[in-house]
Design a protein. Structure first.
Ligand code: NI
Length: 155
C-alpha cells in the first residue's frame, strides 16, 4: 500500500462558542477563541490517499486531479471566509480543528476517482494539529446565532 499526500493552505476566521452556553461559560471554556467577532488562522490541510499504483500511470491518484478536487470541494469554499457564517456545510457546528477534519472528510471522501481516503491532517497553527482517519464521528449542529454586526463608520 502506498500513501500519497497533497498539502493545501487556506486562511479563515472563526469563533469558538456554544450557543447553548452562557456568556460566562463560553468565556471559561473557549477563552480568547470566544472573541465575538472572531479571529483568524492560516490553516494547512494535508489529505492522504492510500492505494496501489496504477500499472499504466504509476499513480495511486493523479495529484493534480486531487489538488483540483480539494480546491473545488474544500479550499474554495473556506478560504478567506468566516467559518461560523459563510460556509453552508459548516453552519451550526463549532469550528474546532477537530470538527473541521470530520466535515472536510465528508466533503471529499466520495469524490476520489481512485485510491481511498486515509487521513486528513489539519494544522490550525504551527502548534495545533488534528489527525482524522474517518472513524464515524457525529458532529453536533447548533442553532446558529446571528452574525454580529460591525459598527457602521460615521464620517
Ligand atoms: Ni481559533
Amino acid at each position: 500500500m502506498i500513501f500519497v499526500t497533497r498539502k493545501s493552505t487556506f486562511s479563515a476566521a472563526h469563533r469558538l462558542y456554544n450557543p447553548t452556553f452562557s456568556d460566562e461559560r463560553n468565556q471559561a471554556v473557549f477563552d480568547k477563541c470566544n472573541n465575538p467577532l472572531g479571529h483568524g488562522h492560516n490553516y494547512v490541510l494535508e489529505l492522504t490517499v492510500k492505494g496501489l499504483p496504477d500499472p499504466l500511470t504509476g499513480y495511486v491518484i493523479d495529484l493534480k486531479l486531487l489538488k483540483d478536487l480539494i480546491d473545488v470541494h474544500i479550499i474554495n469554499k473556506v478560504d478567506h471566509k468566516h467559518l461560523n457564517y459563510d460556509v453552508d456545510f459548516l453552519r451550526g457546528i463549532i469550528p474546532t480543528v477537530e470538527n473541521l477534519c470530520v466535515v472536510f472528510w465528508q466533503q471529499i471522501e466520495n469524490q476520489l476517482p481512485s485510491g481511498e481516503l486515509h487521513m486528513i491532517r489539519l494544522y490550525e497553527s504551527d502548534q495545533n494539529v488534528a489527525d482524522y482517519f474517518g472513524e464515524k464521528v457525529t458532529v453536533p449542529h447548533y442553532e446558529l446565532a446571528e452574525a454580529p454586526q460591525y459598527a457602521k463608520a460615521t464620517l
